[in-house]
Every structure is written in structure tokens, then in C-alpha cells.
Ligand binder design. Structure first.
Ligand SMILES: Cc1ncc(COP(=O)(O)O)c(C=O)c1O
Length: 477
């Protein structure tokens, strides 16, 4: 679910100006290189008219100091020199500050934040959230094993996803997870059978598909009738009544997740109303609902996006819950992107400039296998130089592309840059749905990852070596 609004295609996202500067720190502003749709526009005029003063995504944890880009107290240029490129760099303070907004929003409530680890499942990232008291939203046995390896609390794990296998159900039941978010009637029957075989009861909530439009990219809408996720709102009551008859299941909650990169409040408020209507109807049938899980989905600033702050959003949702008498219920949420998206960048080196008649290209050493969101969803990442001192290189409007043999291998389109071979760029907002979606396409090893805390940097994932790429393969004898 890595798409963001902020798609580059004008079909999906108008080429609009960034940025509400209200919350920006004015001393840390930088021009984000974002070109016009027409790359052949005269460069000088373009640069004068269209360079935008914009809030650098990831501020204040990513910021310029003496014209060098830093993650907290570490200069990204120094990290790149030491650990090579492409290199993902994460700020721990940024993650904790994003989490704090949710914690403030839930102060005084019985609430559990379950980090949706599909956004970034690197062990050290999980460790940050586990140590901060979070639970985890998982979607596979692999993610379950990662939570265990990172020291997560199994009681705080919820298991979502439309295709859980029997084996995955067994592993999760043996681990003692907190809840399965059941996504279909067929899955519910299988889970019941697996739990009965193990002589235990599986704690469940049913993921409701409330048919609410989250107003995001179609690939990351999940709560509409045409999506594969959840059980249709109209079927939900009957499914709860059936679940209550199954001896292998224990009903503990209700769940919904309507989509990702949501930048408006209304879809959340609408989904909440629909969920509460259901809770009322289910409990009227004598089936108690201990917790209500509102999913994740809150957006981040990629390109001047201004989603609600987590605490502001929750103030509104809690007012609604209070008004309807559910404010003291146990609440769960599953945020992913909003906790990590702007806590990471990918540092990449310019390999070659390739001017062309119709297009100029800036070829960098990161590619769609490292940063799949643009190729998958035409998503936008701001791309900025690590060194912001005036450059001797000619300004040009270019597509920033990787070495992978696909025309779809682009990271940014029509960007205004003043760079030369060997210069370093930062692809911003790369903390979510980048490394967790990275692949080995074109037999490229995955990038290294560094976690920064103040001026301390730790390599939390070594660069993937060439030999490991075919370690599990065999030649035919
Ligand atoms: C069930 C579920 N919960 C939570 C999330 C996290 O969403 P986000 O990263 O947008 O917060 C997702 C993402 O697709 C999801 O499918």
C-alpha cells in the first residue's frame, strides 16, 4: 500500500504548488526541485518563475545546516561517504515525534497503537516502536517473526490481510497474538477449524468494509465496495451472529481500514459513524464488542500535502465517540505511513547526465527496486541536493531515473536540478513503503539502512551482497 497522493501524473494529481508554510520552521526552508510539465520551457525563465519555496518534507528532523542536509545531528553527505549509496537514513526522533502526536490524541483513553509494519518492517524500526509501547499490525508469518525478533509484545499484535494461510493462523495462535482481523466468511470458518484443532479460541474482530471513499489514489483505497478488503457493511451483523456460534472463536472487536495517504477528516468521520452504527446493532444482539479498531491511513506531506495532525484528527473522532457514548471503549489504530514516511530519506549519487532532444535525464544509482512508489503509483517524492551551496553546474529540467532496464524506472519527473556526476541527492519521504517494498530486480542488492539518533548513526541493515542474491538457487545437475 505504498502509493501516496502526490502522484506525478496530471491525470491523478494536478501539478499544484506546494505548500502551507504555517507549521514550517522558516529558517529551514529549501527550494524543492519540481519542474513544470513542459520540460522544454526555457530553463532560465522556468527557474526564476517556478522554483518553489516549500516546506522540506521531514522537517525539522531533516534540515539544512550550513547548506548541508542533515538527519538530526548527522550530515547525510558524511553517512553516504562512509556507507555508500543508495542509502536509506532514518531519524528515530522523527518516528517518536510522529508517535507522540497519536499519544497526545489518546491521552486519558484506553487506546492501543499498533504500528502497521508493512510500511517499514526493518527490525530496528520495529524496535523503536516496541520500546515505545506500540503493538503491531501484521499481515504475514514473516511479519510475525520480525515482531518476535524485535522484541514486540505478542498480546499487542493484530493480524490483518485477506489471505491468511492455515499455517500462518497456527503460528499466530501459538505465539498468542491479541486479535485476528477477519476479512471474509471463508477465512472465519478456516480460523475456527484451526483453533478447534489446537484446542484454543482465536480472538477475532471482523474487518468491515464501510463503503466510504477515502479520497486517495485508487490503488490504496481499501474501504470501497469494489475493494477486496473486509466484509461488506450490510453483511457484517449476520457474520457476527454466525461467528458467535463458532466454538473456536472469541469475538473481541470490530475493525475497519479505509485506505492510505488520507488527507481529509471527513472519510474518517463517516467511517466512524458507520462503525458505531454497527457496534450498536451487534451489541443489541447480545454480542459484546470490547474494542473498536479504526485502522490506519493518515497521510503525510510529500508535496505540500496538508493532512490533519494525528492529535487534531483524534480530538474530532473522540468527540464523536463521546457524543455517541463510546468514548471509554478500548480503541485501537493501525498507523503505518504517518509514523515513518517522513522519518526516512534515500541518499543517491548522480551517475550520469544525459541531455536529450525531448528529455534530459539525470541517472542516479537508486532505482525502482529501491524506491518503487513512483513506478507503481506515479507517486511523488521531493528530490533535493545534499549540498545546497550554489552549484557551478548548469541548471536543467530532467527526469531523475535509475539504472534499471525499464522505462518505468523513474524517481522524479521534470525536476529542476543543478547537479553533475558524483553529486548526492536525497529522495525525501522515503521512510514508508520503500525499503519494505524493495526488490532485487535486475539482480540489484538492496540498499543499506542507517538509523540516526542525535549525532549517532547505526547501520541497521547491511548492504545486500551479490552472493546472497542467488544463495537459494541451484544449477541443474
Ligand atoms: C489493514 C491495514 N491497516 C493499516 C494499514 C496502514 O496504512 P497506512 O500506512 O496508510 O497508515 C494498512 C495499509 O495498507 C492496512 O492494509
Amino acid at each position: 500500500m505504498g502509493a501516496g497522493r502526490g502522484a506525478e501524473s496530471s491525470r491523478l494529481w494536478a501539478n499544484r504548488a506546494a505548500v502551507p508554510a504555517a507549521k514550517a520552521n522558516p529558517s529551514t526552508k529549501i527550494a524543492i526541485a519540481r519542474g513544470p510539465a513542459a520540460h522544454h520551457r526555457p530553463i532560465a525563465g522556468f527557474l526564476k518563475n517556478s522554483f518553489m519555496q516549500s516546506t522540506l518534507p521531514g522537517q525539522p528532523h531533516f534540515h539544512y545546516l550550513d547548506k548541508q542536509l542533515y538527519a538530526e545531528g548527522c550530515a547525510l553527505g558524511t553517512l553516504a561517504q562512509e556507507y555508500g549509496t543508495p542509502l536509506f537514513v532514518y531519524s528515530k526522533a522523527s518516528m517518536l515525534s510522529a508517535l507522540a502526536a497519536y499519544q497526545r490524541g489518546f491521552a486519558g483513553r484506553d487506546a492501543q497503537i499498533c504500528y502497521a509494519m508493512k510500511a517499514n518492517s526493518t527490525l530496528a524500526v520495529l524496535q523503536v516502536f516496541a520500546q515505545a509501547g506500540c503493538g503491531f499490525d501484521i499481515v504475514s508469518a514473516g511479519e510475525l517473526a520480525r515482531v518476535q525478533a524485535a522484541g514486540g509484545d505478542m498480546c499487542k499484535v493484530i493480524f490483518s490481510g485477506v489471505g491468511k494461510t492455515r499455517d500462518e493462523m497456527r503460528q499466530a495462535l501459538s505465539a498468542g497474538i491479541g486479535c485476528f482481523n477477519v476479512e471474509s466468511e471463508a477465512e472465519m470458518d478456516v480460523l475456527n477449524a484451526v483453533a478447534l484443532e489446537m484446542h484454543i479460541r482465536a480472538p477475532i474482530s471482523i474487518r468491515v468494509n464501510p463503503n466510504v471513499d477515502p479520497k486517495t489514489h485508487p490503488y490504496i483505497s481499501t474501504g470501497l465496495k469494489g475493494n477486496k478488503f473486509g466484509i461488506a457493511h450490510e453483511r457484517t451483523l449476520a457474520v457476527y451472529q454466525h461467528a458467535a456460534t463458532l466454538a473456536g472463536l472469541k469475538i473481541v472487536g470490530i475493525d475497519c481500514h479505509i485506505g492510505s495517504q488520507i488527507t481529509e477528516e471527513t472519510p474518517y468521520l463517516d467511517a466512524t459513524d458507520r462503525m458505531l452504527d454497527l457496534v450498536q446493532a451487534i451489541e443489541a444482539c447480545g454480542i459484546p464488542i470490547e474494542h473498536i479498531d479504526f485502522g490506519g491511513g493518515l497521510g503525510i506531506n510529500y508535496q505540500g500535502d496538508a493532512p490533519p495532525q494525528a492529535d487534531d484528527l483524534w480530538a474530532k473522532l473522540l468527540a464523536k465517540l463521546d457524543a455517541r457514548g463510546y468514548g471509554q471503549r478500548k480503541l485501537m489504530i493501525e498507523p503505518g505511513r504517518s509514523l515513518v514516511g517522513n522519518a526516512g530519506v534515500c541518499v543517491t549519487e548522480v551517475l550520469y547526465l544525459k541531455p536529450g532532444e525531448l528529455k534530459n535525464f539525470c541517472i542516479v544509482d537508486a532505482a525502482m527496486n529501491d524506491l518503487p512508489r513512483p513506478a507503481m503509483y506515479q507517486a511523488f517524492h521531493a528530490i533535493v541536493p545534499l549540498d545546497a551551496t550554489p552549484s557551478a553546474h548548469a541548471a536543467m529540467v530532467c527526469d531523475v531515473v535509475g539504472p534499471v532496464c525499464e522505462s518505468g524506472d523513474w524517481i522524479g519527473r521534470d525536476r529542476a536540478l543543478q547537479v553533475g556526476a558524483g553529486d548526492l541527492l536525497a529522495v525525501m519521504s522515503a521512510g514508508a513503503y520503500c525499503m519494505s517494498m524493495a526488490s532485487n530486480y535486475n539482480s540489484r542488492g538492496r540498499a543499506a539502512e542507517v538509523l540516526v539518533e542525535g549525532n549517532r548513526a547505526t547501520v541497521v541493515r547491511a548492504r545486500e551482497g551479490i552472493n546472497s542474491l542467488f544463495a537459494h538457487e541451484a544449477l541443474v545437475a
